[in-house]
Ligand binder design. Structure first.
Ligand SMILES: [Ca+2]
Ligand SMILES: [Ca+2]
Ligand SMILES: [Ca+2]
Length: 471
């Protein structure tokens, strides 16, 4: 059981987002240290001077609370243990009818309320080491679907109120008192670069991502399933990071259809060789492997998603996801500073490896940039008119990679020639420097016509040593 540290240092990080969210004390004695928190349900509430019971949660509602605690525990060094209502838990979760919530606040539309660790706003039922969260079970927003991860009540109410209980405030009127995210004026304000949006923090009052997709009205899916990048960074400042979460090799599959399972998640992945995949998607996918930088125009993260789908990923600060694969559509895959493998799959894809020694699979119609580092461009077949275009091939630094089993004779001496036509049987790779086009000629000087294999910048000083073989 944890005890309250009522003080939050003012501006503990110097970061204009995290310092606003962190306010109201914590459950651990010092920044960056963990705590073991107990929780229970069915607190009494005092309404109009009378103490009255809250609603006993159903098994589904218990699961919703457990899922929300698990989502917070996955990202930081907190544990949450369920105890009996009379056990004097740190956190006490209460379900109210819409009528009870209205009488409690004399205000409609209060979907939830919660105390910070230091007890603000004042909680008449809270003991010295006990805080509560109250939830409005108005069926307009609260039902068995909306309290599932990714549902409206889970993403915007349950995660949000528990965030308060852990020591996080809003992007508006946060801490130090009344501080806000840059350029945020009020609870409806997106602020500079739109960073008060729900896709960047569940502590906002704003929907996940209407600037990317139309406003979303369904309640059972299409909302947040996890704390988002600012939330994760902020609770890690308070309690440290959970470095056991997804420490192995993980496959993160982007939701590719609207409906159950479509939700916005921020990936907290502590290690391993990981991949974001849209392999099953039919629509165009955008996959961006850059982690949330916590500063600049994309401070709260880069959004990966399939076109038209109300769900997808951002990547938490400090996380490295190595690899990405697209689906049937014309996908856009962006790497990060690590060594990435990017494969767009079918469709005319755009790949950008950015820094690091990347592997980019060049399919039909693709346009590729390796970025910095020593990159390898894998040519799988000759697509002729749809030959991939490599925009920034750097001879002597990057490589073209050919599978010897797919290109018979490519491994023979003299297979590469700087010429538009083969003059000998072994001449299979024909490099036309003035046009920047590389051809595959399956029978060398035989009667078969060469096929276009790849397009590079005209005048590129390509040499045989720039080509390596697989298999
Ligand atoms: Ca992992
Ligand atoms: Ca594709
Ligand atoms: Ca890279």
């Amino acid at each position: 059981m944890a005890t309250i540290n009522p003080d939050s240092p003012a501006n503990p990080t110097g970061n204009p987002y995290l310092d606003v969210l962190i306010w109201g004390g914590s459950w651990s004695p010092a920044l960056g240290t963990g705590a073991d928190i107990t929780w229970s349900t069915k607190p009494l509430v005092t309404i109009d001077g009378v103490r009255e019971p809250t609603i006993a949660p159903s098994p589904t509602e218990f699961d919703a609370f457990r899922n929300a605690f698990a989502a917070w525990a996955a990202v930081c060094d907190l544990t949450f243990t369920e105890v009996a209502p009379e056990a004097g838990a740190n956190l006490r979760l209460g379900l109210l009818t819409a009528g009870q919530m209205f009488r409690l606040y004399d205000e409609r539309g209060v979907y939830g309320t919660a105390g910070l660790p230091n007890g603000r706003p004042d909680e008449p039922d809270g003991g010295p080491d006990s805080r509560r969260a109250l939830f409005n079970t108005n069926p307009l927003i609260w039902d068995d679907g909306s309290i599932q991860p990714g549902g409206y009540a889970f993403g915007t109410v349950i995660l949000h109120e528990i965030g308060h209980n852990l020591g996080l405030t809003h992007p508006f009127n946060g801490g130090p008192p009344e501080a806000s995210f840059p350029k945020v004026k009020n609870s409806e304000s997106l602020g500079r670069h739109g960073q008060a949006q729900g896709i960047y923090t569940v502590m906002t009052y704003l929907d996940p991502w209407p600037e990317g997709l139309p406003p979303h009205k369904e309640t059972a899916w299409g909302w947040q399933a996890t704390p988002m990048a600012f939330d994760i960074a902020a609770v890690q400042v308070l309690y440290g990071a959970n470095m056991a979460t997804h420490a192995g090799d993980d496959l993160w599959t982007l939701p590719d259809a609207n409906g159950a399972g479509a939700a916005w998640s921020c990936l907290w992945d502590a290690g391993g060789a990981d991949m974001i995949s849209a392999a099953a998607a039919l629509a165009d996918a955008l996959i961006d492997l850059r982690a949330a930088p916590l500063a600049g125009a994309h401070a709260g993260g880069f959004v990966s998603h399939v076109a038209g789908v109300q769900g997808g990923f951002t990547i938490a600060h400090g996380v490295v996801i190595e690899n990405a694969e697209g689906g049937a559509g014309a996908d856009t895959l962006t790497g990060n500073a690590a060594a990435n493998r990017l494969d767009g799959g079918p469709g005319a894809d755009r790949l950008d490896g950015r820094g690091g020694d990347d592997v980019l699979v060049a399919g039909a119609g693709d346009r590729l940039r390796g970025g910095g580092g020593r990159d390898r461009f894998v040519l799988e077949a000759a697509f002729e008119a749809a030959a991939p275009r490599i925009e920034d091939f750097a001879p002597g630094r990057d490589w073209l990679v050919l599978d010897a089993s797919a290109f018979a004779g490519v491994d023979a001496p003299g297979a590469f020639v700087a010429a538009r036509r083969a003059a000998a049987p072994e001449e299979r790779l024909l490099w036309d420097a003035p046009s920047g086009r590389l051809f595959w000629d399956a029978d060398g000087s035989g009667p078969e016509a060469p096929m276009l294999l790849a397009k590079l910048a005209p005048g590129t000083a390509l040499a045989a040593s720039d080509i390596i073989l697989l298999g």
